[in-house]
Design a protein around this ligand. Structure first.
Ligand code: 13P
Length: 340
């Protein structure tokens, strides 16, 4: 268990957080479509290799979540991408769920699949170098949802995944994402996030998961993206912290937020506002996908000639979020982007 604890702590080392680069085939295609680039195996390799070799990024990135294809892929120069990461002290991780599917007899709700054969897959991923994993459950907010049925099946699956990970010597990142699409209030987001996390920690406890060898990857408590009036950074920070203090045990070493469709700068400002209110029982860090990658994707446009610009854009976001880890971010720092 000490190794699990050490890995979990290393992932939330001061000033550092996680890059989520584990987009599935469908999701990476969507991202590439947005810059009119065809999603081929080589292009996906080029794009991810660009991120993994960005100078200075490893100062702020402790680990990278990979997709099945990427953990097996070699860099253009030959060494496996996993080695490209570990040679910089970056810990490789792996997404192991197989996606959210419609939940039977529950209109508008989903359950995440991927438990069948998971023990064997984890053993293989451990051989390939993964030291942590991710499983994402999806909780939608609507007039009559989420149901306790949805929260309970997703919490059960998350705990089964987490226990299997720990058996394999892999740190489970437990990700119950309450989706912020919709016009709900921040109070509704607070209520649903609290209920979701309560169900998750009850199952983790029931299934004998050692919380000190886990990380939580939650949404922030926000107003719905289409709400008529949306809460500002201070309100978001206060509501999110109030929720977590009630339901996330202090044995959990770190909370690594997903960005969930927030703008890059909002995701950074919200994390910063929370860390300004510290110290907290857990490290508060990031495990962003879009909020770390969006500017890099736009700068790259699928062209090798733009790789340096893509790297600079990504390294900048890594630096900004690294600063937010200790409440040391100011919007004025964004101007450094031009300077690189
Ligand atoms: P976003 O930060 O883009 O929400 O992605 C994080 C993630 O890994 C979602 O599962």
């Amino acid at each position: 268990m000490t190794e699990l604890h050490d890995t979990a702590r290393a992932l939330v080392a001061p000033g550092k957080g996680i890059l989520a680069a584990d987009e599935s085939g469908g999701t990476i295609k969507k991202r590439f479509d947005s810059i009119s680039v065809e999603s081929t195996e080589d292009k996906r390799r080029d794009y991810r290799e660009m991120l993994f070799t960005a100078e200075g990024a490893a100062d702020h990135i402790s680990g990278v979540i990979l997709y099945d294809e990427t953990i097996r892929q070699r860099s253009a120069a030959g060494p496996p991408l996993v080695e490209v990461l570990t040679s910089q002290g970056v810990i490789p991780g792996i997404k192991v769920d197989t996606g959210a599917k419609n939940l039977a007899r529950a209109q508008g709700e989903q359950v995440t699949e991927g438990l069948d054969g998971l023990r064997e897959r984890l053993a293989e991923y451990q051989e390939l170098g993964a030291r942590f994993a991710k499983w994402r459950a999806v909780v939608n907010i609507g007039a009559d949802i989420p149901s306790t049925y949805c929260l309970s099946v997703n919490a059960h699956a998350l705990a089964r995944y987490a226990a299997l990970c720990q058996e394999a010597g892999i740190v489970p990142i437990v990700e119950p994402e309450v989706i912020m699409d919709g016009d709900h209030s921040i109070e509704r987001s607070y209520e649903v996030t609290t209920a979701t996390l309560t169900a998750v920690y009850a199952e983790l406890h029931a299934q004998r998961v050692d919380l000190s060898g886990t990380l939580l990857k939650p949404n922030m408590v926000l107003s719905g993206y289409n709400a008529s009036s949306r809460a500002g950074a201070d309100e978001v920070a206060d509501a999110t912290l109030r929720c977590f203090r009630r339901v996330v045990p202090a044995a959990v070493p770190g909370i690594v937020f997903l960005s969930g469709g927030q703008s890059d700068e909002d995701a950074t400002a919200h994390l910063d506002a929370m860390n300004r209110r510290g110290p907290h029982p857990w490290e508060l860090s990031f495990s962003y996908g879009r909020a770390l990658q969006a500017p890099a994707l736009k700068a790259w446009k699928g062209e090798a000639a733009n790789a340096d610009a893509g790297k600079a854009a990504y390294a900048h976001r890594a630096r900004m979020n690294g600063a937010a880890r200790s409440g040391g971010y100011t919007p004025e720092m964004e101007a450094e982007a031009a300077a690189g």
